[in-house]
Design a protein around this ligand. Structure first.
Ligand code: MRU
Length: 363
């Protein structure tokens, strides 16, 4: 996607494979800041502290972390230590384990002297495949939006949660890919952007992305979605996911479940954009997915921009009383029965085990 007319990705290998450049997403939307990561440890920190975030991007970042490790020390022991460190950086999105397993398989198949080159090649392949996968999700999701457009004269109203946009992937985004493709095709649409407390990925990242692409959008409080659905102002909900269990239960950013319940009650279709790298066929259902518990400070404090004369500064302020405890589960599970369909790179599939296994060609 483009920022200020310039094509940009949230991650890229630097020329000469000397490091990995990422957008530090903590600074958005107030500043577009780039950071260079030069070790697997630095990548693990960037994932844990959410400079990079979003399931597919975490996977790609971890793959580049392995490439950095293989450049420094490609012994079996060093690679295993890097896998352990990267794997522990965030627990919920399965793309992390998926990418690390793929990297490990590739690297252990060749002698140590060849591992650095193989690791960079494989990490580049994972990144490029992510771009193609997300483009395909957009192609498969586009007809869902076109079908709504065919029934009404006003713009199609899509509601999305968190950021499943290009910042959360290597390009296109997952949930945003059909939106970007519809916008490019001239289909009139408007996106309701859930602010997505407590970290506000919707308000700060999705809104920024859509603005850069010229897609009409409105940021709403997380609590507003149900009301808008009751008022007939949402045609379709389209969200991303961090892990989907074999039975089609969907794990995504906290608050997704409430939107699915409201959508079900109001008869609004609820679709989930799912690259198949986010599918975990080893887990029978969503209740077994590990839910990340993040710091209460993400809840008790909020940061934002303050114009101080001509100088723009980002400040953090406290919201809650001193001494109040804060709980911060970062993801929730939407049962498969509330999901209208999974939009994958292979097509749209029902959120049910038999259909998913057929799609994947897995008995
Ligand atoms: O905690 P985050 O910001 O990494 O959570 C991201 C989400 O929940 C996204 O919806 C999900 O990863 C899909 S990204 C294409």
């Amino acid at each position: 996607m483009k920022v200020g007319g310039r094509p940009l990705r949230p991650i890229r290998a630097l020329p000469g494979r000397l490091g990995v450049e990422v957008i530090d997403q903590r600074a958005l939307p107030h500043a577009l800041r780039f950071e260079t990561l030069c070790s697997a440890q630095a990548v693990a920190t960037a994932i844990r502290e959410m400079w990079v975030r979003g399931a597919p991007l975490i996977g790609a970042a971890a793959a580049y972390g392995m490439a950095l490790q293989a450049t420094q020390d490609a012994s079996d022991a060093a690679l295993q230590a890097a896998v352990t460190r990267l794997q522990s950086s965030r627990p919920t999105a399965v793309n992390l384990a998926w990418a690390l397993q793929r990297m490990q398989r590739r690297l252990l198949a060749v002698p140590p002297a060849q591992r650095a080159q193989a690791a960079w090649d494989e990490a580049d392949a994972i990144a490029e495949e992510d771009v193609q996968v997300n483009a395909a999700i957009g192609r498969h999701g586009l007809p869902l939006l076109q079908a709504v457009a065919a029934r009404k004269s006003d713009p199609v109203n899509v509601l999305t949660h968190c950021n499943a946009g290009w910042l959360a992937t290597v390009d296109w985004g997952t949930a945003t890919s059909p939106i970007y493709q519809a916008h490019a095709a001239g289909l009139p649409l408007h996106v309701w952007v859930d602010e997505t407390r407590p970290r506000n990925q919707g308000a700060s990242l999705t809104a920024w992305e859509l603005g850069q692409a010229g897609v009409p959008h409105t940021v709403i409080a997380d609590n507003a979605g149900g009301h808008l659905m009751q008022q007939g102002q949402v045609d379709l909900v389209l969200v991303g996911c961090d892990r989907v269990a074999a039975n089609g239960d969907v794990c995504n950013k906290i608050g997704t479940y409430l939107k699915a319940l409201a959508a079900h009650d109001c008869g609004v279709p609820f679709f989930v954009a799912m690259p198949t790298s986010t599918l975990d066929l080893d887990l029978a259902d969503g209740q077994r997915i590990p839910i990340e518990q993040r710091s209460g400070r993400e809840l008790t404090h909020v940061s934002g921009r303050r114009a101080n004369g001509g100088v723009v500064e980002v400040v953090e302020v406290q919201l809650t009383p001193d001494g109040s405890a804060a709980g911060n589960p970062a993801f929730d599970i939407t049962p498969a029965r509330l999901v209208s369909g999974l939009v994958t790179e292979r097509g749209v599939v029902t959120a049910d085990e038999a259909a998913i296994r057929r799609l994947m060609g897995t008995p």
